[in-house]
Ligand binder design. Structure first.
Ligand code: OAD
Length: 244
């Protein structure tokens, strides 16, 4: 069995040669920035029920409660800074001919680190969507007032986030699938890889011939499928893997 050190060299070699790359990130990449993940120790879904907070039905029932939860999360995220993993990905992007960073995160830390070729599969916590006229706008107020926020048309706005039971934005998903199909290297970072359809991208990449590399604290359903799977913190492993 390869040691983590020789695997690192092998991953670095694949990464250095790749002309097309896709990356899938999840909440684990922002953990070292102080943002709670969803599952695992300290995960949000340990203390909150997704059905009460992250579904269209929950919002229809109690928009105030749902907004209070998002306003609390916005407060945490506003205090956070991108970490070494976000920066390593932003610095990798201009060195590769064809690059796409696909993220399940809504925290905006990839944008703040300077990533530009970014597909946000689950939306953006700093964007709001009118429940009546469908108008979208940025809203970066912390604390958020009024709560719930209102559109110019007078109706209440919702977080522009994909909730359980909702479809992913079609164009963004298409872009992700295309990049996945063409990737020579597909890197997965800090996701439990159980929420579909995002979780189906790594297998798609592997089938299309990509070298699949995983970085995670712990084993996931993807670990057995990955060509190389690294156990550890994204903030330490990504600079080691991607550093020029
Ligand atoms: P999860 O919370 O399910 O998984 C986070 C993963 O990151 C776990 O596998 C951890 O082991 C790993 N991890 C934690 N800290 C890490 C670190 N410092 N370095 C490396 N790995 C680390 O988060 P996601 O997979 O992103 O959906 O969850 C997917 C979706 O489920 C989210 O986008 C969210 C949630 O419900 C929506 O909000 C729509």
């Amino acid at each position: 069995m390869l040691t983590q050190m020789s695997s690192l060299e092998s991953a670095r070699a694949s990464i250095a040669q790749a002309r097309s790359v896709a990356v899938l990130t999840g909440a684990g990449i922002s953990q070292e920035s102080g943002i709670p993940t969803f599952r695992g120790p300290g995960g949000l879904w340990r203390n909150f029920r997704a059905e009460d907070l992250a579904t269209p039905e929950a919002f229809a029932r109690d928009p105030q409660l749902v907004w209070e939860w998002y306003a609390w999360r916005r407060g945490i995220i506003a205090q956070a800074q991108p970490n070494a993993a976000h920066h390593a990905l932003a610095e990798w992007e201009p060195r590769v001919e064809s690059f796409l960073l696909i993220t399940q995160n809504v925290d905006g830390l990839h944008d703040r680190a300077g990533s530009q070729k970014l597909a946000k599969l689950h939306g953006d916590i700093w964007q709001v969507l009118c429940t009546r006229c469908g108008r979208r706008e940025r809203n970066e107020l912390v604390p958020l007032e009024p709560l719930p926020p209102r559109c110019l048309c007078g109706a209440i706005q919702r977080p522009d986030i994909v909730w359980f039971g909702e479809a992913l934005p079609t164009e963004v998903w298409q872009q992700a699938v295309e990049a996945t199909a063409h990737a020579q290297v597909f890197l997965v970072v800090g996701t439990s890889a159980i929420v579909h359809p995002a979780a189906s991208l790594p297998a798609m990449a592997r089938e299309a011939g990509a070298v699949l590399i995983e970085v995670n604290f712990e084993p996931t359903p993807l670990s057995a499928l990955a060509d190389l799977s690294f156990r550890g913190k994204a903030g330490e492993l990504l600079p080691a893997l991607l550093g020029a």
